[in-house]
Design a protein around this ligand. Structure first.
Ligand code: GLY
Length: 350
């Protein structure tokens, strides 16, 4: 069973194995001296896996306090974050104690940011329960909450002490949420692995979960070790995200993140083919794999609407922004454009 070791400002293992949730307590006891653990989860995940996580921690001698919040992006708010910090303080968690984030991207971001800031930082374990969180957001230490002005505008780079990816936890994941994760998996294929891309074409991701998760995490390891603080190569992980974020915000979040990234990837592939960065065959391969996984590849928003929304992207730097452009399957480049050129890319991507 693969264990991938990440060497960053904090070094840690990402363990990918069926049933590894049951090792939580034993692994946690090796990581911290304290014996108090805050188990942070949303109500949907807590109902499925909360008892199992708690039992494993208690069996290893931890006193467990559970913080459960309502499922959904709205829980990544400043209010919920402060409630969580107060919960940790009222339960007198100390610097030698532990936080466990059990859930998808919202839980990982919220729990990670609370761990980064409570007492100026306590250790935390990520237990992702969505495919998207397993292959991407639980690894690499990006933690954040949303502000009224936009998503993820307040956060920190703060690496976990351990990530436990248990593919068994995906059994209860609703199909549309699983498909969202497939968009990120396809992203990794386009970014860096022809083999992953071809295997996704041949065999459904669900039938090869350990391979899929381990391949994506290994690629993410490579990028994070090289550029932990997202000043260069890590920006490649934004493939499909610049236009995808515009599509997501423009749909007033009716489209999910994964669906929006799929549209963003298809748009950038169409534009890349039009401007000669990749062949039409590469474009068609990307669009048809997204379609095969039930993901959308087009938007009915107008180019002008998308442009206006994209201007608000937090990754814009003054008058320019960096697009991730596919060259071939397994190879992309960072391409800096001026904001004035963005409409041209959007038009070409429609
Ligand atoms: N999810 C993109 C990153 O971790 O950089």
């Amino acid at each position: 069973m693969p264990t991938i070791h990440i060497t960053a400002s904090r070094s840690y293992d990402v363990e990918i194995a069926h049933g590894c949730l049951s090792t939580l307590g034993q692994r946690a006891a090796q990581l911290v001296k304290g014996r108090a653990a805050a188990l942070v989860s949303d109500n949907a995940v807590a109902a499925h896996y909360g008892d199992q996580a708690r039992a494993s921690l208690e069996a290893a001698g931890f006193l467990v306090m559970t913080y459960v919040f309502p499922h959904g992006e709205q829980s990544k708010s400043g209010d919920n974050y402060l409630r969580l910090l107060n919960f940790l303080a009222e339960n007198r968690l100390t610097r030698t104690d532990l936080l466990v984030a059990l859930g998808g991207g919202v839980t990982g971001d919220l729990g990670g940011f609370a761990a980064a800031t409570y007492l100026r930082g306590i250790r935390y374990i990520q237990i992702p329960t969505t495919l998207l969180a397993m292959v991407d957001s639980s690894v690499g230490g990006k933690t954040a909450i949303d502000l009224p002005a936009g998503k993820n505008l307040c956060g920190a780079f703060y690496q976990p002490s351990l990530v436990l990816c248990d593919p068994d936890l995906l059994a209860t994941l609703p199909e549309p949420v699983f498909r969202d994760g497939c968009a990120e998996v396809i992203k990794y294929g386009v970014l860096g692995s022809r083999e992953l891309f071809d295997r996704l074409r041949e065999t459904p991701a669900r039938q090869q979960l350990e391979y899929v998760i381990a391949t994506c995490v290994d690629m993410k390891r490579d990028v994070v070790e090289d550029d932990e603080f997202d000043t260069g190569r890590r920006q490649l992980l934004n493939l499909g995200h610049t236009l995808g974020h515009a599509v997501e915000a423009g749909s007033h979040f009716q489209l999910s993140h994964g669906q929006s990234v799929a549209v963003g990837m298809a748009m950038i592939a169409r534009a890349a083919a039009k401007f000669g960065f990749c062949t039409e065959e590469t474009r068609d391969e990307i669009v048809s794999l997204l379609t095969k996984y039930g993901l959308p590849t087009e938007t009915d928003q107008s180019p002008e609407e998308l442009y206006q929304t994209a201007l608000g992207d937090k990754k814009r730097k003054g008058g320019s922004l960096t697009l991730v452009v596919p060259q071939e399957i397994g190879k992309c480049l960072l391409h800096r454009i001026s904001v004035e050129d963005l409409p041209k890319w959007i038009e070409a991507g429609m």
